[in-house]
Ligand binder design. Sequence first.
Ligand code: NAD
Ligand code: GLY
Length: 370
Amino acid sequence: MPLPAPSASPERVDIQLGERSYPILIGAGLLDDPQSFAAVPAAASALVVSNTTVAPLYAKALRQALAGRFRTVHLLELPDGEVHKNLRTLNLIFDALLGHGSDRKTVLFALGGGVVGDMTGFAAASYMRGVPFVQVPTTLLAQVDSSVGGKTAINHPLGKNMIGAFYQPQLVVCDLDTLQTLPPRELSAGLAEVIKYGPIHDMAFFDWIEANVDALVAREPAALAYAVKRSCEIKALVVGQDERETGLRAILNFGHTFGHAVESGLGYGEWLHGEAVGCGMVMAAHLSQRLGGVDAAFVERLTRLIERAGLPTVGPALGADRYLELMRVDKKSEAGEIRFVVIDKPGSAAVSSAPDALVREVLAQCCRAE
Ligand code: NAD
Ligand code: GLY
């Protein structure tokens, strides 16, 4: 499919959740345009939550864009990194809100990647039992996944994203220009979540990614614009049917059960979330093959694409016992039984348990030897 030229006005994808519905705006130059935020309720104050890497790049422009809607726009710079996605850092947001005398109408703006977005969302969900917030995602991963759908959380030393809430933003503004300053490793991490949408829902999109992965790695604006838009459309469709993950939404966690084990097993931040998910999808594809959903050619095709996106495809040597132990601490687990997202046919996913013996075979095949 030829790529349409990027449009001058933003693309809009709507997430339909009744009174919690909101738009996702996607385009270039959105962050410093006051018009992007026209739908946000005006209030006395706003707090932009960012981190020490992103704030120097984009906070000034965002604060200027918001200046007409708020009397004061404060900025909080959190320490950068997954290792800081915890209770101590979350508390810095509450300190800032209380320190500035923020009220119930104060609007929080999450300016950064998924770490800032997940923590700011959780702070918004709990400050005074809930204040409005807006996602301004600046990583590919956050634009295609974490800023959309209202999952907010912090990590616990015993498990990833274990403390959190479902809490929807009022608006998501994806400024594609911000992706140009992302380190290459972070861009690849975001591609893992883009690739995910193919096997679970849309094999035509998978074909498109295969044909355009080099353009995506080279950050061609038209390719990025389409990847973000199509990913958001699929995510909006799934979340619109199952906001609180009582069923369907779990398919968005393809590769995540293995991936979260890699992240917490190695220590948060050692592998990026997207890297762990990319490699986790390879493992989940092998498991799907053993359960009869896909053939070896499909597993090979997916593995090759993940590799071309610049992601690891071989898991670290944590040992099968440790992997199994870590995977039991997963929100999908029920009564200690691990549940995996598997592909039941290309373009369709389901949640399934699997015998430990089969999972051990997959780990032996897909991970480095101890
Ligand atoms: P991240 O937030 O750590 O950002 C990656 C790095 O890029 C950071 O160092 C950040 O400071 C830097 N950065 C961000 N934007 C930049 C830019 N434009 N230019 C230069 N540097 C920039 O990581 P991430 O991959 O965005 O998000 C991962 C997190 O998202 C994980 O904690 C994961 O659990 C979470 N997540 C949540 C959901 C959800 O539905 N809520 C979904 C997927 C992932
Ligand atoms: N990233 C998985 C979800 O939003 O459900």
